[in-house]
Design a binder for this molecule. Sequence first.
Ligand code: NDP
Length: 346
Amino acid sequence: MTDELLAVRMDFDELVLLLRKIFISHGTSAFVADILAANCAGCERDGALSHGIFRMPGYVASLKTGWVDGRADAEVSLVSPSFIRIDACNGFAQPALAAAAGAIDEAIERTGVAVVAIRNSHHFSALWPDVEPFARKGLVAISFVNGLANVVPHGGHTAVFGTNPIAFATPVADAEPLVVDQATSVMANGEVRLHALDNQPLPPGTGVDSSGAATTDPHAVLAGGALNTFGGYKGSSIALMVELLAGALTGGQLSFENDFGHCVGAQTPKAGQLLIVIDPDRGGSTDFSQRAALLCKHLVEAGQDRLPGARRYKNRHTTQTSGIPIAKNALSELLQMATGGAASSS
Ligand code: NDP
């Protein structure tokens, strides 16, 4: 029987409600539950499956062990007209960012740019939900996040970097925003876990085992091994930049400084996030989104088969009409978690 036959279909709001219930029953505030549930359901809806419902046991484990504070109230300070500093107070990054929404809008209105430095934050999701809404308001946004040390520097043998993603979003005239969202490792860690669940080998060059030897076995990468950065030494240097921007400039932790200590089973990395939002109209171009559209047109004419973000938008469109497919066993697990029950590890 195919997975499709074993799946139920839920609409977005229904899934948000279920996930919200899980967060609340594991002790988060309603504010945090609203934001994380919409974020996680959005990933599932868009087919960003490495950060959809598959992540719920990890969220629950981190909440249960007390590693993350699901009721934290982020402290937002304006340190200059365009520089916003956020102490997430050991809470999740997305509610911390939401708490600064008004300050970001005001900084952009006044100065054309907002630099947002978030520290003491747990980011366990995709980055596109953080940047896409800015592009929908006509703004350009770029964000960097560090995490847990599970990536070796180029030529190295010990994990130092997180998978350190970068996301970029820009408005495009008469089209959906263009959103690029990628790890600086060859593959996101969540993808490795999905390969491990399916017992699927990784493409050659993805990672190393605990002895530092190249491997295509996802279990070996997860059991003390590590991922490689993308693009050889150049990708490694980009991961280095993300590490410093997200982990150090913000006043947060570097990826290798994460220590779960007594919180056995916790999964969310305690790290940092840097977000820069720019009003493109202040940059000298009077028709920035038209220029972006022109570039996209040339990319397609040059043979690029699809633009970044296009797969997600296609999935979003499809699931809006046909519902979000959820495997029956995954649904049972979600229902169990919604009653405060233990989750199996993702
Ligand atoms: P992918 O390699 O799957 O995709 C990276 C980007 O490239 C996406 O914008 C994707 O668009 C685009 N893309 C993919 N294929 C093509 C193509 N053929 N032509 C043009 N564009 C293409 O992502 P990663 O595995 O690197 O990362 C997955 C997710 O993991 C990201 O959302 C990232 O934020 C998240 N992550 C989160 C971390 C955290 O600490 N919170 C750590 C690391 C990763 P599309 O989305 O439409 O496929």
